[in-house]
Structure formats: C-alpha cells, structure tokens
Design a protein around this ligand. Structure first.
Ligand code: PLP
Length: 340
C-alpha cells in the first residue's frame, strides 16, 4: 500500500495501463502493459477533429483492506453514450469492466489506504486514423490509466453564474464526456478566475435563464429545506455522484427534487435567505461546498457552508453517508462497490 503523502491528482501514475486497439471493424485483444508513451503520428485524427472521449472514476481501499471500484457499470453506460454521440465504436462491457478489474487488481498496491484517498481511474478513447480528412475514423485506441488521488478536502468555493458564454446547447454534446466540452470551457472559466471566482455555474445555452451545472460537477441547492438539482437533459452530464447523492437523500428521508432552477429563483432565494446551502457533486471532490455565488455583478454568501467540521450541512451529511459506504464503514445496500 503506497503512502505518497496526499499526491495531487495526476502527479503519479500506477505501473501499468490497459490498451485495446480497434482496426478493420473490430476490437483486438486488450493488453496490460507498463505505463508509458504512445507512439502516434502527427496526423492522428484525435489531434485534429476531436473524436476523443473519457471517463473518470475511483477505486477505494476499505478499512478492512479490500479493494473495490465504485459503480463501474454506471460509468460504462455513460462511456457508451459518449461513444455513440461521437460516432465511435464502443468497447464491450467485458473489456471495460473486466479490464478495470484486471488493471486495478495488478496495481492494487497503488490504491492508497489513507482516509479520503483513492485511486483515480481514467478510461479514454481516441481516433487513431492518420489521413487528414474530416470523417468518422476507422481505427481507435481505448486505454485506461490510473493515478493515486489524495484526500481532496475542498475549500468552500466561490462560483459565478455564467451569463455570456455557454458550455452546452440543446442538441449538442453536453451530456457526453468528449474532450471538446472541456477545452471550450477553459476560456470562460479563466475569465471567472480573473474576477476571483473558482468556477462558473453554467446556464442554459438559449437564454442563460436556468442553472445547469459547474465545471466538473453537478450542482445542488438547499431551497426551503428541499435539496434541489437541475434535471438531466442533453446539456448536462449525468453525474454518478449526483445520482448517488440523490439515492442516499431518498433513503435518509431528505426531501429532494430534480427540477429546473432559474437564475431569478436563485437570486431571490439568496436575497431572502431561502437558499441556505449550495454544493457541487463530482468524482474528484465528492462534495464541494459553495460559499459564495456571483450573479450579474453581485455576490451572495451562503448561510451554511459545509466545512467538513461544521454541523448542519446537508452536503456534508450526504458526503459522509457516501464515504461510509465506500470505505466499508457502512453496508452497501445498493451494490455500488464492485470488489475486485
Ligand atoms: C461537466 C461535468 N459535470 C458533472 C461531473 C460529475 O460527474 P461524476 O459524479 O460522474 O464524476 C463531471 C465529472 O465527471 C463533469 O465533468
């Protein structure tokens, strides 16, 4: 079991990676090889026209020393949706989940044991044709690499409601994890950072009237004591953390709704103290408390900022429930932990 003293995500990679190539209409045998560079020609299509997709999940070491991957089936289903939208062939469930099992099993010593840490798993797929024509590629490379991630204690963040730029539009690729979604988000996010915010809260691509999600996270608000998160559409990523928190809230009897949240409702709710809490939910930080929201040049402080030590934060309560399942401190009634 490694102890890298809380490494930054991506700073280190485990010893091996899984690689599986697609050529002439079929997937070849997946291979597990030492982590290392790919040899790709400059004309490789993924460098040019954006046929690239990825996933992100984590493997955990429970307190009794067992290792599991958290909800790989749900990540596989999202990878299938991403691949389909990007006209890419889909690896079989056996290559994806079976491959993860083999890879994490082999590199099990890389799964950290410290509380709050995990092994981040990054499956991805790129188009590897080498003729510079804009077209659906005929050849692809699917690969999985792993990177230990420390206890990502997230400081409460400041977010700004984005009313100028968009991340996704109806009919676009917002519901997928294609590379372009992330490249296009960098510029607006940098503008927000220059203004002292950590992240943007995206709004709908039509009128900028409704909240969608944040950079790498779905978003939740506690409005009048009800946990509210925007509904899934083709402009929002179907987050595995979002789904897990909604399931845990239902089990704990915390009232929750998936419904549209307008910027006006959010502003009024913040002004009148009806919005008590807000947080982002995603694989990296699990729950990222929001301390301040900027709307049209005015900043609003959230009354309840989950700090991990404070009490009364629904976000932190849900995070604890999720972590208890993932670190083996509580039963896993939903079968989320895929033991290897
Ligand atoms: C745009 C976006 N939204 C939401 C999420 C949260 O999804 P998950 O909980 O599956 O990590 C992510 C991270 O994958 C993301 O990139």
């Amino acid at each position: 079991m490694i102890n890298l003293n809380n490494p930054e995500l991506g700073a280190y990679n485990s010893d091996h990676m899984l690689v599986c190539d697609y050529r002439e209409g079929r997937w070849l045998e997946p291979e597990i090889v030492p982590f290392g560079p790919f040899s790709l020609l400059p004309t490789t299509l993924a460098f040019h026209y954006g046929q690239t997709i990825f996933e992100g999940m984590k493997a955990f070491r429970t307190e009794d020393g067992r290792i599991h991957i958290f909800r790989p089936e749900k990540h596989y289903q999202r990878m299938v949706r991403s691949a389909t939208r990007m006209c890419m062939p889909v690896v079989s469930r056996e290559v994806f989940i079976g491959g993860l099992r083999r890879l994490v099993g082999l590199d099990r010593d890389w799964v950290p044991g410290q509380a709050g840490s995990a092994l981040y798993i990054r499956p991805f797929q790129i188009a590897t044709d080498t003729k510079l024509k804009v077209k659906v590629a005929d050849s692809y490379k699917f690969a999985v690499v792993c990177s230990p991630a420390g206890d990502y204690f997230s400081q409460p963040v400041r977010v700004r409601v984005e009313r100028e730029y968009v991340r996704a539009v109806q009919g676009g690729t917002g519901f997928t994890k294609c590379g372009g979604n992330y490249g296009g988000a960098l510029y607006p996010t940098e503008r927000a950072k220059e203004e002292g915010y950590d992240q943007v809260l995206w709004t709908d691509g039509k009128n900028h009237d409704y909240i969608e999600e944040s950079g790498m996270m779905n978003v939740f608000f506690l409005i009048d004591g009800v946990l509210v998160t925007p509904p899934l559409t083709d402009t929002i990523l179907d987050g595995v953390t979002r789904d897990s928190l909604l399931t845990l809230a239902a089990r704990a009897g915390i009232p929750a709704e998936e419904r549209a949240v307008s910027v006006d409702e959010l502003r009024e709710g913040l002004e009148r103290g009806r919005v008590r809490e807000a947080f982002g939910a995603g694989t990296a930080a699990v729950v990222s408390p929001i301390r301040e929201i900027g709307i049209d040049g005015k900043d609003y402080l959230l009354p309840v900022v989950g700090s991990g030590v404070g009490v009364g934060s629904v976000g932190m309560e849900l995070k604890k429930m999720l972590d208890d399942i993932r670190y083996g401190r509580a039963a896993d009634p939903f079968g989320w932990n895929f033991y290897i």
